[in-house]
Write a protein that binds this ligand. Structure first.
Ligand code: NOJ
Length: 550
């Protein structure tokens, strides 16, 4: 990214383009069916060519893998399945050589039950590690201490396997015991962990379950907001409670204020994954709440509801004051292409929303495969996600986690092993990287041009954000000499730019047409116009909306 274009005092990551690497499924370099660090290094040139500034890599720490690595058994190591610390150092060096930065995933809400801290905690009730976790006496009837439920099904409490009669808390699997952030020793441990990775050249942390770290000191019941019925998906059971006592505690932002003092000398970024569904809560974390930015998760799970998508984008753009991380997809939700209608239609819509996200303040992420227009993977082997396997085959997250299709050889070139860790249906040549990179008109080339906008025209994210026209399903914004028109409607949109302009980008081929002074923006497209002359001078003139949707 062109940092010389940054307004004074503006954080480097605002205006950057990120890319989420789900390491297990990116590229396997050693033939064990599992993606790894060397696989990422091998593809850095491709990511650089695509226009990526920052890589967020999902957990690669030693882990029993009960939640695909989000159950960490050693926060400062590398699981042999993913490589070694040397491989990590080589990756950082290779990324730095290309001007790219690395964010690692940090999982502070819970560890693995195989972490030595937890093993000590259950082996000896008097061990100092006992208080690293949340052990509580049973309720009077011998059951769990309160009504908290796990995201992944069942109660958020499991009996101490060592037979003390106490329960320990886990907001996810019983193999993921929650850490006790009221214990200063836990903070001290994480101070060292954060420093370790900063010293190794990491430029930021994606903080898993950032909204969950602190719990009610009295462990009160959460108010129940609706009935829980047998067979309900765990997600719906979880949503049947108002999580006032196990999530979003006000103490949490204090923790991140301390983290900030740890990472500040390294200029490293704190990027939270907060599952907050309202803007007030979101801004508590980013508006002086210790974090630089947070993911706007809503947008990575929404269906094709253009009016809601637009209003969410604008709400967060206004209130987050640059502290937003935008993405249409991640590894926890069905892919945007599939959520938005699948096939060409879904891919067109995903490109339109992503283009608009690049014109918003903050950092915009692609999820691996977005640039290929990938739909959800079709599972051909056994399910791996505990959301499915622990809940009788309930809909899980494997569909978002299929191996990246590099070419049309066996297992789409992801591995030389006969099968990948997650078995999915092969994808056609047209959806592979080999079938798209360098091919005029491919989704990959369109995304390359899309990401290039941020580098080529930094006004897109740095000039004042002015809304020129806002309708339920369309939006016209000015960024200095640039005009961004997002038409998420199912009808064309007419617009009259005044003066000379260039069409800098259209989110799909033929998205913009028209005659005379009228521009016709096709349905479900975002375009970027520039009022710059070739010598760089802005052309004078105002635009006007001609007739809106037609
Ligand atoms: C959010 C992560 O993205 C998800 O994959 C994981 O299962 C949970 N946090 C628990 O760590």
């Amino acid at each position: 990214m062109d940092r010389s274009a940054l307004p004074a005092g503006r954080a480097w990551w605002r205006g950057a383009t990120g890319y989420e690497i789900y390491i297990r499924s990116f590229l396997d370099s050693d033939g064990d069916g599992m993606g790894d660090l060397a696989g990422i290094t091998a593809k850095l040139d491709v990511l650089d060519r695509l226009g990526v500034d920052v890589l967020w890599i999902t957990p690669f720490y030693p882990s029993p893998g009960k939640d695909q690595g989000y159950d960490v058994a050693d926060y400062i190591g590398i699981d042999p399945a993913f490589g070694t610390l040397d491989d990590f150092d080589q990756l950082v060096q290779a990324a730095t050589d290309r001007g790219m930065r690395i964010f690692v995933d940090i999982v502070p809400n819970h560890s693995s039950d195989q972490h030595p801290w937890f093993q000590h905690a259950i082996a000896d009730e008097d061990s100092p590690y006992r208080d690293y976790y949340l052990f509580r006496p049973a309720a009077a009837n011998g059951g769990p201490p309160n009504n908290w439920v796990s995201h992944f099904g069942g109660p958020a409490w499991t009996l101490d396997p060592a037979g003390s009669g106490e329960y320990y808390c886990h907001l996810f699997l019983s193999e993921q015991p929650d850490l006790n952030w009221a214990n200063p020793a836990v903070m001290e441990e994480f101070r060292e962990i954060l420093t370790f990775w900063c010293e190794r050249g990491v430029d930021g942390f994606r903080i898993d379950v950032a909204h969950g770290l602190t719990k009610d000191p009295e462990f009160r019941n959460n108010p129940q907001v609706r009935e829980v019925t047998p067979g309900m998906h765990p997600k719906d059971v979880f949503a049947s409670f108002d999580h006032v006592h196990d999530l979003h505690r006000p103490e949490t932002t204090k923790i991140f204020e301390t983290w900030r003092t740890v990472v500040e000398p390294y200029d490293a970024v704190l990027l939270g994954e907060m599952d907050v569904r309202n803007i007030e809560r979101f801004t508590e974390y980013v508006g002086g709440g210790g974090l630089d930015a947070g993911f706007v998760l809503k947008l990575a799970s929404s269906r094709w509801e253009p009016a809601t998508i637009l209003s969410d984008l604008l709400t967060y753009e206004r209130a987050a004051l640059g502290g937003a991380a935008w993405a249409v997809s991640n590894h926890d939700q069905p892919r945007a292409v599939s959520r938005y209608g699948d096939g060409q239609v879904g891919a067109r819509r995903a490109a339109a929303v992503t283009t608009l996200m690049l014109a918003l303040d903050g950092i915009t992420f692609l999820y691996q495969g977005d640039e290929l227009g990938l739909p959800d993977a079709v599972l051909t082997g056994v399910a791996m996600d505990p959301v499915s396997t622990r809940n009788g085959g309930a809909a899980g997250r494997d569909c978002a986690r299929g191996p990246v299709p590099w070419d049309s050889t066996a297992v789409n070139g992801f591995t030389t092993a006969p099968v990948a860790w997650l078995e999915t249906a092969p994808l056609p040549e047209s959806l592979t990287a080999q079938g798209q990179i360098g091919e005029a008109g491919s989704t990959w080339e369109r995304y390359r041009a899309m990401l290039d906008l941020r580098r080529r025209l930094p006004d897109l994210w740095s000039e004042p954000f002015e809304i020129f026209d806002r309708q339920a399903t369309s939006l016209v914004i000015f960024r200095g000499p640039l005009t961004v028109i997002a038409n998420l409607d199912d009808k064309a949109f007419e617009f009259v730019p005044e003066g000379e302009f260039h069409i800098e980008f259209e989110s799909h081929a033929g998205a913009v047409g028209g005659d005379g002074g009228h521009l016709r923006i096709e349905p479900e497209a975002t375009i970027v116009l520039s009022r710059r002359e070739p010598d760089g001078h802005a052309l004078a003139g105002l635009a006007e909306v001609a007739h809106g949707h037609r």
